[in-house]
Write a protein that binds this ligand. Structure first.
Ligand code: IPE
Ligand code: IPE
Ligand code: MG
Length: 259
C-alpha cells in the first residue's frame, strides 16, 4: 500500500514531464501495437496466463485513453492472430471472453470519446458472442469521427493479402476491373484498412523482434519501436516515450534528406 501511495504521483510526474517533451505538431497519425507478453508477465509473477491477459486489457484501456487525449487519428491493436488458434482451447476462450467483456464495458466511454471501433481480420470466424459484441460496438460507434480503433482479430497479414487478391480477382472476372489498371492503390483499397493511412509507428513490447504476420503490406515504411517491457506493464509513460523517440527519427522513404 505504502509503495503505491508513492508510485502514483511519481508516474504522474513522469507523464507530465514526457508530455512537455512531445511535439504536438509532429504526432504519428497511425500507431500500431502488437500487444505481446501477457503470458510471460503472468508466469514471472507465478500467476496463470489468463491473469496476464486480464492485466493486458488494463493497458489497452490506458493506451486508448492517451491516444484520445493526444488526438491520434488511428490506433491498430493486434489482439488475436490467425495463428493464435493453435493455443489451448481454454486460453482461446479466455481471450474471447475478455474481448466481449472489454467491448461491453468500454463501448459507452469509447462512444462518448468519439472513438470508432473497427475490427479487422476474418471476424466472421470468431465465436458468436464475440461477433455479437463486435457488431454492437461497431453499430454504436460507426458515426464517430475521432480516433479509429482498429482491433485486429483472427487477423493475419498474409490472409489479408489473400482476401484482397480474391476481391480483386472477382472484380476482374465480372469485367469491373481491368487487370492492367491494378496498382498499389488498388491493392491498398482492398485491404481491411481501406481508407486509412499506413502506420507511422509500430510498437512491439515483450522483447521479440518480429512482425508475427501483422500488417505486412502497411508496414512498408513504418518506424519500429521495440521494448522489453511486457504489455501489462506498458503504460502511458511507455507510449509517450515511444512517440518522443519516433519524433527524433529521420524518415527518408527511400529518398534523401535535404538540408
Ligand atoms: C499477447 O500475449 C496476447 C495474444 C497473443 C493474444 P501472449 O499471450 O502472446 O504472451 P506471451 O508472448 O506468451 O508472453
Ligand atoms: C502476436 O503475438 C499476436 C498478438 C499479440 C495478438 P504472438 O505471441 O502470437 O506472436 P509469436 O507467436 O511470438 O510470434
Ligand atoms: Mg506472445
Amino acid at each position: 500500500m505504502k509503495e503505491s501511495n508513492f508510485a502514483v504521483p511519481d508516474i504522474k510526474e513522469k507523464e507530465n514531464e514526457l508530455k512537455k517533451k512531445l511535439d504536438h505538431s509532429g504526432l504519428p497519425c497511425h500507431i500500431a501495437i502488437i500487444m505481446d507478453g501477457n503470458g510471460r508477465w503472468a508466469m514471472q509473477k507465478g500467476m496463470p496466463r489468463a491473469e496476464g491477459h486480464r492485466a493486458g486489457v488494463e493497458s489497452l484501456r490506458e493506451i486508448v485513453r492517451l491516444c484520445v487525449e493526444l488526438h491520434i487519428k488511428v490506433l491498430t491493436v493486434y489482439a488475436f492472430s490467425s495463428e493464435n488458434w493453435k493455443r489451448p482451447q481454454e486460453e482461446v476462450n479466455v481471450l474471447m471472453d475478455l474481448l466481449v467483456e472489454y467491448l461491453y464495458n468500454e463501448m459507452r466511454e469509447l462512444h462518448e470519446n468519439n472513438v470508432r471501433i473497427n475490427p479487422i481480420g476474418r471476424i466472421d470466424r470468431l465465436p458468436e458472442s464475440a461477433g455479437m459484441a463486435l457488431q454492437a460496438s461497431v453499430n454504436k460507434t460507426s458515426g464517430n469521427k475521432g480516433l479509429v480503433l482498429n482491433i485486429a482479430l483472427n487477423y493475419g497479414g498474409r490472409l489479408e493479402l489473400v482476401d484482397a487478391a480474391r476481391k480483386i480477382a472477382k472484380k476482374v472476372k465480372e469485367g469491373k476491373l481491368d487487370p492492367e489498371s491494378i496498382n498499389e492503390e488498388t491493392l491498398a483499397d482492398h485491404l481491411y484498412t481501406v481508407g486509412l493511412p499506413d502506420p507511422d509507428l509500430l510498437i512491439r513490447p515483450a522483447g521479440d523482434f518480429r512482425v508475427s504476420n501483422f500488417l505486412l503490406w502497411q508496414l512498408a515504411y513504418t518506424e519500429f519501436w521495440l521494448t522489453s517491457v511486457m504489455w501489462p506493464d506498458f503504460k502511458k509513460v511507455t507510449l509517450l516515450q515511444a512517440i518522443i523517440d519516433f519524433q527524433h527519427r529521420e524518415r527518408r522513404f527511400g529518398g534523401l534528406i535535404h538540408s
